[in-house]
Design a protein around this ligand. Structure first.
Ligand code: CP3
Length: 412
């Protein structure tokens, strides 16, 4: 990064962070932060931390605790829909530059927090970011086109197996750097820092397709599952191991919650989901939980042919995640009732305002939509969010209205 750019970002962070803390510093925020920053180093300490009421609001909600008000953030909140982000794009033209330069990634991560006062601040990065550290390079065009040299043969898979052990600290240090800085910046306000990873099935589709699979119905992934299931399984298993290590690295760098994305698993039929998504979801979640039992894990899948209306809800709950981030094709009250019946009465829920309503709705419609969800979900174990990422053309005042509506809502 150029020295000028560095100074520019530092100045921005310094200028804005005072404003952010002044506006949002709760009475006991400093004490809360001090407690939250203590890292549990033994299983006993971890258990104590789990029962803590001093943790930040979003962490407590994600642990299933009853909270004084519902916390809110928005998937893909950092990025395209904000004018301040688009201005930065002119200066740092590639996504990889913006997401892999700590000062710029930090700046972008903070933009929605400054603008809206969201309770969750997610690292500005991508699910593909750790791939080069596993031997797989990638490029993203400004139109959003993803390019990867595909892995569909044993020979090509050697690029991963012969790359050497995945070592995020050594190979993607900028991710840890940003998380550390984020904790410092937003901690005093009581906001929560979220890390994230792509789960093996979804990440695997990019490796195997060499591009997004959403355009061809994941044809290459389908073919490999059929023609060489053993290789397909080996790719997903290696991803599972690396991704769990990557999530732990994020936690050890400052992430207080981890969201795991299996965005594209909803195109799998239930039996296929059991074979190609579930086992790897469980492997990643349990490996994170073994190392960091105090850190809530949120799992998300996008609406697709086989996941609409919560069709795979119970299977997602079986992943072992603390919270399911549901899309907008199911009523949140119904999701809650169904999960209770399936034996998950205490699992948390995140979501689920329709991002199209947020983009196109009138103020009255946005307020009514948000309040309907708040009422149905109650104030125990709910994190407000959208049903999928915020749309690029969403007017910023709509996003502000959504966040303010959640902040102002008083549970009966
Ligand atoms: O949208 C989802 O379902 C979430 C999971 C997911 C992410 N990246 C997380 C993310 C998926 C499936 C991806 C893959 C990916 N990477 C896409 C999706 C579409 C496709 O073609 O398959 C795209 C466009 C990228 C590249 C990318 N990622 C860009 C250009 C940006 C920045 C601005 C933007 O939003 O377009 C990202 C940021 C990104 N991807 C974040 C996350 C969690 C940033 C943090 C946030 O604000 O949430």
């Amino acid at each position: 990064m150029h020295r000028g750019a560095l100074l520019f970002c530092h100045a921005l962070v310094a200028a804005y962070s005072c404003v952010g803390s002044d506006l949002r510093l709760g009475g006991n925020a400093a004490a809360r932060t001090r407690h939250a920053s203590m890292v549990a180093s033994s299983p006993t300490e971890a258990k104590e931390a789990m029962g803590s009421t001093d943790a930040p609001l979003l962490v407590r909600a994600a642990r299933g605790e009853k909270v004084e008000r519902t916390p809110v953030w928005m998937m893909r909140q950092a990025g395209r829909h904000m004018a301040v982000y688009r201005a930065l794009v002119d200066k740092y033209p590639t996504f990889r530059e913006r997401s892999e330069t700590p000062e710029v990634s930090l700046e972008v991560s903070l933009q929605p927090w400054r603008a809206y006062g969201v309770d969750g601040v997610i690292l500005f990065s991508d699910i593909l970011t750790p791939l080069p550290a596993m031997g797989v390079d990638f490029a993203i065009s400004e139109a959003g086109g993803i390019k990867i040299e595909p892995i569909r043969t044993r020979e090509a898979f050697k690029r991963m197996t012969e790359h050497g052990a995945f070592n995020p600290q050594r190979d993607v240090p900028f991710v840890g750097d940003v998380l550390k800085l984020l904790r410092k910046e937003v901690g005093p306000s009581g906001a929560t820092v979220l890390g994230f990873v792509g789960l093996p099935f979804t990440l695997g589709t990019y490796l195997i397709e060499g591009a997004t699979g959403t355009k061809n119905g994941f044809a290459e992934m389908r073919a490999l599952r059929q023609d060489d299931p053993e290789l397909c399984r080996d790719i997903l298993s290696l991803l599972a191991k690396n991704i769990a290590d990557y999530a732990s690295y994020q936690i050890e760098s400052g992430a207080q919650v981890i969201q795991v994305f299996d965005s594209w698993a909803g195109h799998l039929e239930p039996a296929e989901f059991e074979e190609w998504a579930s086992p790897f979801q469980k492997q990643v979640v349990s490996s994170i939980k073994e190392r960091h039992p105090e850190v809530p894990v949120i799992i998300y899948m996008a609406p697709d042919t086989h996941s609409r209306e919560g069709a795979l809800l119970e299977k997602l709950a079986a992943s072992g995640a603390d919270v399911i981030s549901i899309d907008h094709t199911i009523d949140i009250g119904e999701a809650k009732a169904r999960l209770a019946t399936a034996g998950y009465p205490n699992i948390g829920l995140q979501g689920n305002l329709d991002p199209v309503l947020l983009r196109d709705g009138t103020p009255e419609e946005i307020i009514a939509g948000a309040e309907k969800i708040l009422k149905a979900a109650g104030n125990t174990g709910h994190v407000m969010n959208l049903g999928h990422g915020i749309e690029a053309t969403t007017p910023e005042p709509n996003a502000a209205l959504f966040v303010n509506t959640v902040h102002d809502y008083k549970h009966a």
